[in-house]
Write a protein that binds this ligand. Sequence first.
Ligand code: G1P
Length: 303
Amino acid sequence: MKAIIPAAGLGTRFLPATKCTPKEMLPVLDKPAIQYVVEEALAPEEVDEAIVVTSPSKPELVSYFQPDGSLEQLLRERGKQGYADAVRYVGELPVDFRYQYKPKGLGHAIRSCADATSGEPFCVLLGDYVVPDKSILPKMIEASRQHGGASVIAVAPCTLDEVSRYGVVAGERVGALEGCEGAGDDEPGAVWRLSGMVEKPAPEDAPSNLYIVGRYLLSPLVMELLADQEPGKGGEVQLTDAMERALEREALYAVVIDPLEGVDTGTPAGWIAANALMAAADPRFSSEFWEAVDARGGLKRGE
Ligand code: G1P
């Protein structure tokens, strides 16, 4: 199975940092954000390749995943085996690329991978959400198995004033993941059968409080329907609209996850918080991190 990672956006919210550096290349600790998403995509044994959809103006993404024998050799000559191994590892990851030449929306970006998915189910992972422990896709794969290989998306509860930022689902709870039988309807582990979904609804039009998190395991029908999907919200070809159409012909499920399983790196503040939280928890960085913070009297909220 292929995993598609859309990464063609302009990174407007991170300007000026993203004037010359793609948003996906901004580091979270010592790796660019995109690498976490690629590693998460490749973790389940069902996935054999990640396909990054990028734009021709962001060649850095392509070069990052190329082997660099001379850098590796230089590092080895200097005795820096750990760095050399890290460089080699990135160049050997099974990552392919497609280009989106115009910003026509998420659905359009995904459609550019139709040749690669060749009529098979596929995953989509949106890159602004980093899941360090890679725990979400396996849950979706389990829910899909429970329901005969059907499409499954990850959803999470949000407040009514947040719904207009997301795709929001309608449906009913039909079960739970193993070990989560006691979960409430909008609690982690609950599994829903969907009856509809709407992209970025106004609060009064939201069919539930469950939003689409950015992890999808989809049937070939969704890819097929994207071929003639009309532009929707914001004038863009929306994946949500193609999934909604697919519902007329096949079942689609959602598994509720805890959004705090991942960190949102899509805004400067979210990205900074992600770095701080992960540095504080990572034994490679935590002592130096806390020393630097504590030497200044700890972290304090500004006025
Ligand atoms: C996209 C999807 C939306 C989903 C969101 C998650 O929106 O279209 O359904 O809820 O990602 O982050 P975007 O954030 O690209 O506007």
